[in-house]
Design a protein around this ligand. Structure first.
Ligand code: SF4
Length: 503
């Protein structure tokens, strides 16, 4: 195997807890991201990995946390794990190395027959994510080119019969399948006892055919509205990607039968403290609750008459056990910490923090938080003399730059107007939030993980400012600093004359 690919595999296992075992998939879904990608992407297609290599990879798995099989690992094309001819042996290898580790498998379900369901039921804790997408064998043939279209529906019965925990996912294609199909698929998953149902807005690129494209915001709104009609189901129905613009630990859903389902907490509750401490973000709240035994939660939620009530409860669970609270993924506290350090160590610098369209609201919320809390927290003795770090937010072009949003000592900001270069030169430093569009992929793509060096260069060229330091999301680059098109971040440093730090 190519040493570079092997290194990527090892890092994927070690850093993400994802065990790639194959890129082979027996389907040809109309919405599959691999069909409409720009040419020349620096991604890796594996055959079926051999057992010897898988055994070696397992040594790099963190003893804590679950092993994830069949999920997309950024640069490695995911296939269907059950298509691997040695699937049974692979699961046995995992169990030999980690007798109690959670195993999470994502599959399209077409190989999930009684033998495999029974096998997995005997190797618990096992959790499955079934990419169902539609409600009948005929629809599976049309949408996914499924050649065993009955099997996944039999599998749902088997999973319910063996009480094997599973979640369902649906790539919503109402423009092709009709809204009734989406509703029937949700009801089907709910009826078989899925623990959650994730509805994904399909992505399309500028290479996708016209029939795969749709007005994104309108479709998102219509799906969100449609899903509202299913909020009374036992199974939480969740829309992805979430539309969030803050770091508030709001409960998006509660998994039936979980510790949280046995508590007073409801969907929509705001968790204000975990063991007496205010969570910095949803991710922070989730992690704090996960690691705690019987965490003490303070919360606010709607009371019986619709009025807001505050409460406190002990969530009875073991340390490491999942609570069953579903919270959207916003910002990891480790990233917040890295950003804060970068800001404070470079207070005399002109900093550009680049983000994706999807993460604009979250990063804006973090900068507000930094402005109000962190800067002073990290500089308790200098509270009155902190200079620099004027936070601004600018998106697509200089004339759309929004106002300066921080007023620190020594700042000239706060006028409600974007500053020009001469004004800026009088400051000790600033932070601009630059939002970059995914032009390389185009279409409906707005994710940081699919930004490229060319998108970043475009954004810098459109800014009227020059910067000393450019902070970039780490998810853009692989372990060698290359983006999905194979270009290295150092090109940005050379062309734009800016120091790049990858967060
Ligand atoms: S099951 Fe997943 S990997 Fe296979 S074709 Fe469909 S979307 Fe692509």
């Amino acid at each position: 195997m190519d040493p570079k690919l092997k290194y990527i595999l090892l890092k994927t296992v070690q850093d993400d807890g994802i065990l790639p075992i194959t890129s082979v998939c027996n389907m040809a879904c109309q919405f599959c991201s691999h069909r409409n990608n720009p040419p020349g992407l620096d991604v890796h297609r594996l055959g079926h990995l051999d057992l010897e290599l898988i055994e070696e990879l397992l040594q790099y798995l963190d003893p804590e946390g679950p092993v994830i099989i069949g999920e997309s690992a950024t640069r490695i094309i995911e296939g269907d794990p059950l298509a691997h001819p040695e699937f049974f042996q692979i699961i046995e290898l995992v169990r030999e190395s980690f007798p109690l580790k959670g195993i999470r498998i994502t599959t399209n379900g077409s190989f999930l027959d009684r033998e495999r369901v029974d096998f997995l039921a005997g190797r618990r804790p096992v959790e499955l994510n079934i990419s169902l997408n539609c409600s009948s064998p005929e629809e599976r043939v049309f949408l996914m080119a499924d050649r065993r279209p009955e099997q996944v529906f039999t599998a749902l019965e088997l999973l319910a019969e063996r009480e094997l925990v599973f979640h369902g996912s649906i790539v919503a294609m109402p423009h092709l399948m009709g809204w009734e199909s989406l509703g029937r698929t949700i009801e089907l998953l709910n009826g078989y006892g899925a623990k959650s149902i994730r509805i994904f807005l399909p992505g399309f690129t500028r290479y996708s055919s016209a029939r795969m494209q749709f007005p994104v915001e309108e479709m998102y709104g219509r799906i969100a509205e449609f899903i509202e009609g299913y909020k009374g189901l036992d199974t939480p129905v969740l829309l992805e990607p979430p539309a969030i613009n803050d770091l508030q630990a709001v409960v998006k859903g509660i998994i039936p039968g979980s510790p949280a389902a046995r508590s007073n907490l409801k969907k929509g509750a705001l968790i204000t403290a975990v063991n007496g401490e205010r969570p910095l973000s949803r991710v922070d709240a989730f992690q704090r609750i996960l690691v705690s035994a019987n965490p003490l939660l303070q919360y606010e939620q709607e009371g019986v008459g619709g009025e807001p009530v505050r409460g406190e409860l002990v969530l009875e669970k073991e340390a490491g056990e999942r609570s069953g609270l579903i919270l959207d993924y916003d910002l990891d506290p480790a990233v917040m910490d890295q950003l804060t350090r970068a800001f404070l160590q470079n207070r005399d610098k002109r900093i550009a923090l680049l983000t994706s369209v999807a993460a604009e609201g979250i990063m804006g919320a973090f900068l507000d938080y930094y402005r109000h809390s962190l800067k002073h927290l990290y500089n308790p003795l200098q509270q009155d003399s902190v200079q620099g770090n004027c936070v601004r937010q600018s998106r697509l072009s200089p004339d759309r730059q929004s106002a300066c949003r921080i007023e620190g000592a020594g700042q000239r900001g706060g006028t409600g107007q974007a500053e020009g270069p001469q004004e800026a030169a009088g400051r000790e430093g600033c932070i601009d939030l630059l939002v970059a569009e995914n032009r390389f992929f185009g279409g409906s793509i707005i994710a940081a993980g699919l930004l490229t060096v060319s998108d970043i260069m475009d954004r810098l060229r459109e800014s009227s400012q020059s910067y000393d330091l450019l902070l970039l999301p780490g998810i853009i680059f692989d372990n060698f600093g290359n983006d999905l098109s194979g270009r290295n971040y150092r090109e940005i440093e050379e062309e734009a004359g800016v120091t790049v730090e990858i967060i």
